[in-house]
Design a protein around this ligand. Sequence first.
Ligand code: SAM
Length: 245
Amino acid sequence: MIVDARVQRRVQRYGWDKAADYYERFWAKQLEPAQRRLLQLAALEPGERVLDVACGTGLVTLPAAEAVGPRGSVLGTDISEEMVRSLENAAKTRGFTHVTARRMDAERLELADAAFDVVLCALGLMYVPDPLQALREVRRVLRPGGRLVFSEPNLANPQVLLMFKCDALKPWFGVSPDEMGFTRRTITRVLRRIDFRRFAVTFFDFLHPAIPAPLLPFLEPVAERFERVPLVRAISGSMLIHAEC
Ligand SMILES: C[S@@+](CC[C@H](N)C(=O)[O-])C[C@H]1O[C@@H](n2cnc3c(N)ncnc32)[C@H](O)[C@@H]1O
């Protein structure tokens, strides 16, 4: 189903506004392993200037702020006002004066060119009507030599493929009509086109985030075994992408 871009932005904005209150209660535990991997791959250094696009409540933004320390800075941007407010409150509670949050569409970053050392985006691009435009914006705000680290569902995974391509199954999986998935090929083609110089894709995770948290200790070891087998790994559920300007 093709959704008009303006409608998609509104659905995302107001839908996530409604989810802001319970987002962490429902998702924080399941998302934590993937977010930890993303942050490890980003290898943030003290003093770096970081932008977290589609930051949500700040599950990635706040650990990033810890990593860069008060000499650095982290800006979280999100299309949802309530997500931005939630991050502001969390940063205040922790006394993080080097964290700011702003409502902003990923396709139109109201930010100066080359203003950041690192851009992060955890499960954000999949909701944006024009991901190529969002990546162009990310490229623009990164300084030369800066890096982008982001995570996305892997469309080569059979379950993800069904979730994103079969409209009838979307409600069953809790996927909205406008969400999309990517393959390594589509992502790397786009990154090359917009002049990222080096990029690497890591596959991980066979476990859908909706799997109940109490089951994770039993299922994770099995999933980790799959991840170690090269050809099987390529159809895991998620991708982590590291790219440099
Ligand atoms: C699955 S949440 C991820 C939040 C956070 N990155 C995390 O890992 O917890 C997706 C986020 O994307 C945001 N979003 C959706 N469309 C967006 C857009 N066009 N521009 C910026 N943010 C957007 C939503 O508001 C939501 O907070």
